[in-house]
Write a protein of this length. Sequence first.
Length: 580
Amino acid sequence: MATTTTPAPQSNAPHFPEQVTGMYILARALKNIGIQNVYGLVGIPITEAGYLIQGQGIRFVGFRHEQQAGMAAATEGYLTKKPGVLMTVSSLGFMNGLTATANATVNCYPMIQISGASDPTMVDMNMGTYEQLDQFNTAKPLVKAAFRCSKAEDIPSAVARAYRAAVSGRPGGVYIDMTTPALGQVMNREDAEKLFYEPVDLYSPVIPNSQSVDRAVEILTSAKRPAILLGKGAAYAQVDDKIKQLVEKYNIPYLPMSMAKGLMPDDGPLSALSCRSTIMEKSDVVMVIGARLNWMLSFGRGKWNPDMKFIQLDVDPEEMDVNVPIAAPVVGDMGLALDAILAKLDGAKMSADPTWVPALQAESKEKNAKFAARIDAAKTAMPMTHWAALSAVKPIIEANPDVILVNEGANTLDDTRDAVNMSLPRHRVDCATWAIMGMGMGSMIGAAVATGKSVVAIEGDSAFGFSGMDFSTACRFKLPVTVVIFNNGGIYNGVGVPMDKTTDPAPTTLDIHARYDKLGDAFGAQTYYVQTPEELSKALTESIASKKPCLIDVQLAADSGKESGHIGYLNPAPLQDITV
Ligand code: ADP
Ligand code: MG
């Protein structure tokens, strides 16, 4: 830890000790703990803090909307295993950012939201102070941990504890209420320096108990039709080699959840990506690694083999038995759990049915051929459909595996996820567990800033609308990002028919003739408007190569796309059947 000493006075002139504010202490505390980037939007009472953070050599990425800054921080957390930091102003800024912090908590991404806040003694007395809101208690139910700093002396410890809380156990969002009395407090520099300390073991991985490992190995080795289900928790944990070893050495097919795509190659010989239903219905043992048996997996019931034995590796004991009993819970850090399982397996003989893997491979081959034919046949559709556009996008993204793919929308999400194979871990970021729209620009910026890699965001036109203004942030920071907007003129599609008695557009209708490329022009981006797969191919190839902010407006047919996704029970009435 660096300390500075006040130089001795040179003359007999009176000596006033150098003073610093709580804002400086905050900036120093962030620097001390290794934060490299802060995402935020300044204003009262954090503007000077933004400058002081920059002064510490931390990158301050200033956004147009706090929600997007928060999505960027969360994405940095997911990709790096270190908490991303969001800074917001009080009241509305805090609330806008809290959406992203809550989303990070749900998705198990480590992040810290630090918000300027009114004097709590005035808030508690309901005195109508500037931007009065009980932010601390508003945030509390939506985050993993919450702290309030009322004194500058508490700031370094709050930052260290928030860091620990964000990354330990199940990662999540942490809130620090940074009140104006703490931010504005003045201290002698000499006293302030004494507050900083090096926290020991900011992340302490927990070892699973050995009985749980024995049980899991016993069930796995006696399985006839085993499979591994990979979730984004497995990708997050950065245990890629251990998973590869488990899959390859023991010949176990794997099925990735959307953000685990690429952890093992989607087109690898043991990939069961195209055999999701078969895995659910026919496997007898599924090892769930860093995934939750939630709505995305039909809660582990219904279609799933009722005699299935689930082995589940998760850091959070509360995840066990949530929707279905878990035969072998292995609770602990993913890396240590896999180490223990691999050590116990130690080359053990598996009992798998020798026809299981070949049958899955044959099914994959047949389905992949059908899928390829479908994309091929779509190439000539004019105006383009989603599939026509993807016929151009797919080969380019697959040929640039190191590009991070951000993806949101309805059909744009479903079809891109299905069409584009990933071959590297943590190269796909999407709207994740809440399946929300409005993470695109933030996640794209966070991914580019945190990794220095090129990012392509494939966005539905509705999805882009939530965060589009923050494309200007990507331009201001000259990031190597490309936004591809699939414009079918609406939510699901652009052919909604309004109800009688109104001349207003239908609730699902947006702007089929919008020229989104002109938004990019306003901020000096390289832009394209494309109507054919050939034009899209050329535009995307040039954009990735340019390493500059680019925006491609892809004109689709208004009738391309349907009410998504694959969850009929949540969309009971098809739109065309709605009656009053
Ligand atoms: P997906 O949506 O891809 O299925 P989820 O977000 O539902 O993934 O599940 C991720 C799971 O991974 C969570 O239950 C979380 O507790 C777990 N997890 C996250 N990090 C770790 C880790 N380091 N070790 C073990 N489990 C982890
Ligand atoms: Mg999940």
